[in-house]
Design a protein around this ligand. Structure first.
Ligand code: ADP
Length: 449
């Protein structure tokens, strides 16, 4: 069942329920009124007959004749009159007696002065009437044919009205649900046209709730388009980065194979091939790290890690490859165990720290980096400072972009994805990274975790 159908059925059910309850209340109240009014009529009839018989001294035969003649046409009330000794004084028609007055019933009337009840569909009342110093017990019974037929008419009218009402409510519900969901159907039709090849398409934005949804959807498209574009750009960068060292390797090998050469020539070629192969290996390792860092947080294995241990590991790994690089670790004494231990991935954190250490060492003449770890507001601040070439203001905005290499690139080899990778890893750990640099004086990268 789709939303439109669900709304229609829900609307119909709610309205039908309200209409049904309303009709039931009207019907029950009409039924109660009919019964009460008829008891009143019965009482009046009973009193009239007692008066005719006792006060006016009309003879019983005339009264009985009136009863028998009108019985069927006017639903004539059947009356019986007893004296206070329970002796029958008058009865409209003993032969067709409907209510059997027992001594118990008569004494109940005498005690209560007025009783009323139903027998089958007939309504019966019993009253005590005082006349000429005597108490008379009068019972009057009749079937309210007119009242019941009115009630039946009311019920039929209500049933028909209810069914017609139900159809009208259903149609109205269907119309309204269709109308209110129309913008949604239009929106899904527009959204269906959007695919990877035309991510620039946008949904129409209105001011209502659906318009807000379209705005959210468009914002998502915007992000998707950007990430799709950067992915595309990234892949082309990637191909380009691999192509250069591979082209050098192929060229070198082809050249040396073109004619027989001296052993030194081959050695020189092999050295070039080794250098570029290392570059490719380093590149692919960086991309592998990048792929890991780009994961969803839920997919990366997070556990309690000590940041100082990650730093030591990073510096050891760095020094294994570059024995001349110097790293000085300075751990603030005030820092406690809780601040230096975070929930993270030690491999990724070590990779990020190694990149920052390596940059600091490779872009400074003394090839050294000072690392200071301190705690501010229960957060761990790690700064990587060097006294190197520094970064110009124009380049500061770009250094975290993939494959960006600044003017200092002549100083050392690199791929331009180091800082991009570092930023991704820090973001994955919900941390922040800042840079403060002055050309010719050095740079400080601060990581807050
Ligand atoms: P790579 O070092 O491979 O070129 P990175 O992404 O690590 O790539 O760095 C991007 C650029 O930022 C570098 O090319 C360099 O110009 C600049 N840079 C990064 N760290 C430093 C630093 N400590 N001192 C000076 N320049 C730096």
């Amino acid at each position: 069942m789709n939303i439109q159908q669900r709304i229609t059925f829900l609307f119909t059910a709610v309205c039908a329920g309200i209409l049904g309850i309303f009709m039931l209340v009207v019907y029950l109240s009409a039924s109660k009124n009919r019964a009460n009014e008829f008891y009143n009529i019965l009482e009046k009839e009973a009193i009239t007959k007692v008066n005719l018989l006792i006060e006016t001294q009309l003879d019983s035969f005339t009264l009985q004749t009136i009863y028998r003649n009108n019985r069927k046409i006017l639903y004539e009330v059947e009356t019986a009159i007893y004296d206070d000794q329970y002796n029958l004084i008058y009865h409209d028609a003993v032969d067709i007696d409907f209510v059997k007055e027992t001594p118990e019933m008569l004494s109940e009337i005498l005690d209560a002065k007025r009783i009323q009840f139903t027998q089958e569909d007939w309504q019966v009342i019993g009253i005590v009437h005082h006349s000429k110093g005597m108490d008379y017990l009068v019972t009057a019974a009749a079937f309210d044919g007119y009242g019941f037929s009115k009630l039946n008419n009311l019920r039929s009218t209500m049933m028909i009205t209810f069914i017609i009402g139900l159809v009208v409510i259903f149609m109205t519900g269907k119309y309204f649900s269709k109308n209110s969901l129309l913008p949604l159907s239009k929106m899904s039709e527009e959204a269906r046209k959007i695919s990877a090849s035309n991510l620039d398409l946008r949904l129409k934005e209105g001011n209502d709730e659906i318009g807000t949804m379209a705005k959210t959807f468009n914002a998502m498209l915007e992000r998707l388009e950007k990430s799709f574009e950067s992915q595309k750009q990234f892949v082309s960068y990637l191909a380009h980065e691999f192509r250069t060292p591979l082209a050098i390797i192929i060229g070198e090998v082809e050249l040396s194979l073109s004619k027989p050469r001296q052993a030194e020539d081959y050695q020189q070629t092999l050295e070039t091939v080794l250098k570029d192969s290392k570059k490719i290996a380093q590149l692919s390792e960086s991309f592998l790290d990048l792929a890991k860092a780009s994961y969803d947080k839920a997919e990366v294995n997070f556990q309690k890690v000590r940041l100082d241990e990650c730093l030591i590991e990073a510096s050891q790994k760095l020094q294994r490859n570059h024995a001349n690089y110097r790293v000085e670790l300075d751990l603030d004494e005030s820092i406690d165990e809780g601040t230096i231990t975070i929930n993270g991935n030690s491999y990724l954190l070590s990779t990020a720290f190694r990149n920052l250490l390596e940059n600091a060492c490779k872009y400074s003449e003394n090839n050294s980096c000072k690392v200071h770890i301190t705690s501010i507001d229960k957060k761990c601040h790690i700064s990587f400072s060097d006294q190197g070439v520094g970064i110009s203001i124009d380049e500061l905005d770009d250094i975290f972009k993939p494959f960006f290499r600044g003017s200092s690139r002549e100083l050392s080899e690199g791929s331009g994805i180091g800082l991009y990778l570092v930023e991704k890893i820090i973001q994955l750990h919900e941390g922040k990274i800042f840079v403060d640099s002055e050309v010719g004086k050095g740079s400080t990268f601060t990581v807050i975790l």
